[in-house]
Design a protein around this ligand. Structure first.
Ligand SMILES: [Zn+2]
Ligand SMILES: [Zn+2]
Length: 227
């Protein structure tokens, strides 16, 4: 798989997802169509500076900030994220994060922060040859100068693929699926969980729950697309 993805990397040329024009994943014209989120609170969806969770919303939602770049339902974004995740085209994340360098730099707090990619189950990582959230974290790390730490949060080996499950099944499937391994991080470290797509909050909440059990207090997230 690793070799296959390297080969596809070498031979694939950039083509606009929407209009098939060569040279860009999104040509400037199609880029104009993409709707970007104005900073809002992830719980109540009302505007909030730098995507912070409102004070009144925090008791119902433990992440202090959830930065969401764009909407998954845009056909071009959907395609880009699917190919980057399943077909070895993870370098497309690089373009995506680089284009919106200012967006990330404006919204991310870099002091005493780490990027923690949401771990994928081991079997799936083997099949694909990479963890897509790790790739996103690495590209983000290049533009905002926050180290990637993928050692603290781990996933137990077995868990079913979330996308085939109903919302209540997802929640059940996720319960207890993460664990934290002993680490030397200080408890006031700002932890940014990194994920590609979020359709329900269950994964972020489950990861947050386990980190809070380990006395980490400042948990946030960066997500490329949400519906
Ligand atoms: Zn285009
Ligand atoms: Zn709110």
């Amino acid at each position: 798989m690793r070799i296959l993805s390297l080969i596809s990397e070498l031979f694939s040329e950039k083509k606009c997802f929407s209009c098939r024009k060569l040279g860009h994943f999104f040509c400037p014209k199609c880029l104009d169509d993409i709707e970007f989120y104005k900073p809002y609170c992830y719980l109540c969806k009302k505007p909030s500076d730098q995507f912070y969770t409102h004070k009144d919303c925090i008791p119902h939602f433990p992440l202090r900030q959830v930065i969401v770049l764009t909407r998954y339902r845009h056909p071009g974004i959907k395609k880009l994220l699917r190919h980057a995740k399943y077909y070895g085209k993870y370098q497309w994340y690089k373009d995506l994060t680089k284009w919106w360098k200012n967006f990330f730099q404006d919204n991310v707090i870099s002091k005493n922060s780490i990027f923690t990619p949401i771990p994928t189950p081991l079997m799936r990582r083997w099949k694909r040859g990479y963890n897509q959230t790790q790739k996103i974290a690495e590209y983000l790390s290049d533009i905002v100068d926050i180290p990637v730490n993928n050692r603290a949060l781990k996933r137990w080996i077995y868990s079913k693929q979330q996308s085939h499950l109903s919302q209540s099944e997802r929640k059940k499937n996720l319960e207890g699926s993460f664990h934290v391994i002993k680490n030397s991080l200080s408890k006031d470290t700002t932890i940014y969980l990194i994920d590609d797509i979020v359709s329900t909050w269950s994964t972020l909440l489950e990861a947050t729950k386990i980190l809070k059990k380990w006395w980490f207090t400042d948990i946030r997230a960066i997500v490329l697309a949400s519906d």
